[in-house]
Write a protein that binds this ligand. Structure first.
Ligand code: NAP
Ligand code: HSE
Length: 445
């Protein structure tokens, strides 16, 4: 895979071509033209290391790129960016250190590696003159590393807490909704590519602890070891715990909490199944989604939600790191801003402003109407005349004498049709006040 641009191609090696590696290869291929137009620098995935070179993969890759030797890819002098997507802390550590010793840029999704060997990895990057990018290591597709490192850099963080493991959240959500068995749901999480190769990392809380350690390091500059945290997983939870929690208006979530007391200096990190009041947004972060709440002393409370595991969400984060690596290597002087005119989107079409006829949505309409026979029919006629279909109707007495409030919701319609409907209603003698029109945001996702 190679994209078109003017500068010499930057060469990337993938070490690992499982759930995440294949996602990165697939999506990077699909976004190649778009990224080339933004980066003005070509990049090329020129090697893919795996354990089993004969294995049939869902994503095709030219046979010539496949290697059984991750260390050879990491040390290849022509490769500038090494993506470690294998997992584990043995070979992964060696590969990352070898690449950094040669001044390369490493992109990794490996939270276990960073939690256990982060100090060594970052020291190697400093010594060798390379860099380490690790957006995918915490909270899947949520750009929480960038948020802490860049967007919230003005802040000191009194508390960071959240749901950091997609597999556990998926299991807890389905146990609550369906009463399905733990083993059955865990098998689904594996099939969907959410779970770690060693599932105990997920369900016993260690994966969350690794991620919490990374966030704590970014926020407070201290690596907290897992034996300095209280770590408990979800194995011992039963359907009764989930049901009892619901009775008291709580949901059980596997929560990481990073607390810092700036007066005493104390830093406390814990991972525990926790009762979260239903009124909090985090209680309603379900399935594979993660949610991270960051309390900064300047910004106040900020909240980040998104898919925390799985091929596509993770690939999104890894690709953002690859783009940062390519940007750095290309000598760009600032962050990427798309060119205004030639921006190419997937499918090769340019951007144009949508016509009001193509913008679809549902609407809420409140009318103050004369309280007399035939009014509802007149309103319905105006709507039908503009091909707007009514989803529901409610009539209430109005504060205005001899008037009623008529509240309607529509099915999907276009903006042009609903605006014409409003015009038609305004000119109707039955409608005695300015109609109130509000869009309904029942987006599917
Ligand atoms: P995976 O599906 O098990 O893939 C691992 C890949 O590494 C496979 O292609 C495997 O080769 C290769 N590999 C393993 N040992 C190797 C060796 N000795 N030499 C060369 N290649 C080797 O794992 P994954 O889900 O993609 O996860 C990869 C990393 O991303 C892990 O650190 C994980 O924690 C992290 N991560 C995963 C997710 C997710 O949702 N899955 C999300 C965020 C972060 P074969 O295919 O030949 O076995
Ligand atoms: N196994 C991890 C999870 C993958 O379920 O959250 C994402 O880090």
């Amino acid at each position: 895979m190679k994209n078109k641009a003017t500068k010499p191609a930057i060469r990337i090696g993938l070490c690992g071509f499982g759930v995440v590696g294949q996602g990165v290869y697939k999506h990077l291929g699909q976004r190649s033209a778009e990224l080339a137009s933004r980066l003005a620098t070509a990049f090329e995935i020129c090697a893919v290391a795996v354990r089993d070179t004969e294995k049939k993969r869902e994503v095709d890759v030219p046979a010539g790129l496949i290697s059984g030797d991750a260390m050879a890819v990491a040390t290849d002098p022509t490769i500038q960016v090494v993506c470690e997507l294998m997992g584990g802390t043995t070979l992964a550590r060696e590969v990352v250190l070898a690449a950094l010793a040669r001044g390369k840029i490493v992109v990794t999704a490996n939270k276990a590696l960073l939690c256990e060997h982060g100090a060594e990895v970052f020291a190697a990057a400093r010594k060798g003159g390379g860099h380490v990018f690790f957006e995918a290591s915490v909270a899947g597709g949520i750009p929480i590393i960038k948020a802490l490192r860049e967007g919230l850099v003005a802040n000191r963080f009194r508390r960071i807490y959240g749901i950091l493991n997609g597999t556990c959240n998926y299991i807890l959500t389905r146990m609550e909704r369906e009463g399905a068995s733990y083993d059955e749901i865990l098998a689904d999480a594996k099939r969907l590519g959410y779970a770690e190769a060693d599932e105990s990392l997920d369900v016993d809380g260690w994966d969350t602890a690794h991620k919490a350690a990374i966030l704590a390091f970014l926020a407070h500059g201290r690596w907290v070891k897992t034996d300095e945290m209280r770590v408990e997983g979800i194995r011992r939870l039963t359907q009764s715990d989930i049901t009892f929690a619901r009775t008291f208006d709580y949901r059980i979530k596997l929560l990481a909490v990073i607390d810092r007391n700036f007066e005493t200096g104390d830093l406390a990190v814990s991972v525990q199944p926790t009762l979260v009041p239903n009124r909090l947004v985090l209680a309603n972060v379900n399935e594979v989604y993660n949610g991270v709440c960051v309390v900064g002393d300047v910004v106040g409370t900020t909240l980040y939600i998104g898919r925390g595991a799985g091929q596509d969400a993770t690939a999104s984060a890894v690709i953002s790191d690859i783009v940062d690596a390519v940007t750095l290597l290309s000598g760009a002087r600032g962050p990427l801003i798309p060119d205004e005119a030639p921006s190419i989107v997937a499918g090769g079409r340019g951007v144009k402003i949508a016509s009001p006829r193509t913008v679809l949505g549902r609407y809420y309409l409140r009318l103050t109407v004369r309280d007399q026979p035939g009014v509802l029919a007149q309103v319905a006629n105006v709507m039908a005349g503009n091909h707007v279909s009514i989803a529901s109707v409610l009539q209430r007495e109005s504060a205005v004498e001899r008037a009623a409030s008529l509240i309607l919701t529509t099915h999907d319609t276009n903006e042009k049709a609903i605006q014409q409907t409003v015009l038609g209603l305004k000119s109707s003698p039955s409608v005695i006040d300015e109609p109130v029109l509000l869009p309904i945001a029942d987006f599917a996702d």
